[in-house]
Ligand binder design. Sequence first.
Ligand SMILES: [Mg+2]
Length: 361
Amino acid sequence: MISNLSFQGKYSINNYEGCLKGGAIGDALGWPVEFYSIEKIKSRFGQEGIKDLLINSKGKAEITDDTQMTMFTADGLIKSILKKLNLNEMPDMKEVFKSYRLWLNTQYDKFPQKASGWISEIKELYATRAPGNTCISAISGNIPGSIAKPINNSAGCGGVMRVAPAGLMYKDNPELAFKVGAECAALTHGHPRGYLPAGVLSEMIAYIINGKNVDEAVTETLKTLKKYKGHEPVTKLMEQAQKLAKSDIDSSIAIQQLGEGWVGDEAIAIAVYCALKEPDNFAKAVRMAVNHSGDSDSTGAILGNLLGAHLGIEQIPSKWLKQIELTDELGQLAKDLYAKPENIADAKTRYIEINCDITSL
Ligand SMILES: [Mg+2]
């Protein structure tokens, strides 16, 4: 049974903004080196690796599928909550899948889709930045997966990298946040190593928003994780990340021991390790999270979600906040997730429900 916990901790809109924009910064910092080995990163950017955002011809640091899909997760969760106005039960996962269908359109259509809500009308989201094959094929297949009915056997990190909004929206009920995050991931990723890390990220964000530190959030979330079938490899890596963060092992070696981040549990473990190692320094932590031979933008995005939620927007370098694409839109989404569902401004005009034929869950 999922219990509703109450917290003494303080949270504010700054933590919500920090979570979403921090994720976008990690995504943008890691994107130029996503497919580079550490040797190639060092030969191009120097011994310390990539340290600053790369700016495109439009003067912006580009976000990728990680942030794009995070925005569409929020879109689907908000559309669902507007129907029920109840944060104590599971959202309608079909709404989230419909929003992922809208994301899929952004990968193929040149022009923003009208009348499906304000997120799908953001022109800059219509950009293809190395989206994951599992997400493309599962959403194209038009059959939403779930934990009970896995859609495939994918353990990729495309599930965990996009679910931060579940933790923000269900912050009052961390164990429910876990289930919501995991089910969002299970829409496209059918292996426990693909969807359980998404539950971990969501529940950790819920705890962090409520004032727990990163280490406490890991410890609490592990209790929920262990209740799920197939949790063992995820639990093992999470516990290893906690142990490594308390050791003197060089961070580059520690990250290597956790993997490369292409698989969901490796991605969350690398991000958690970096957040535990540098809990008070966003810039140091995010550089640590992207400078390795693996899936740098996803590990950067997840780290940015976690530490941005913990530190809040004031402790993220202001230069980076101005440079990332869609900073204002991410700020608006943070406000929408922070508000009580009945108080979301202009909800009826901004979150338009769409009719879309999908195979039932
Ligand atoms: Mg990406």
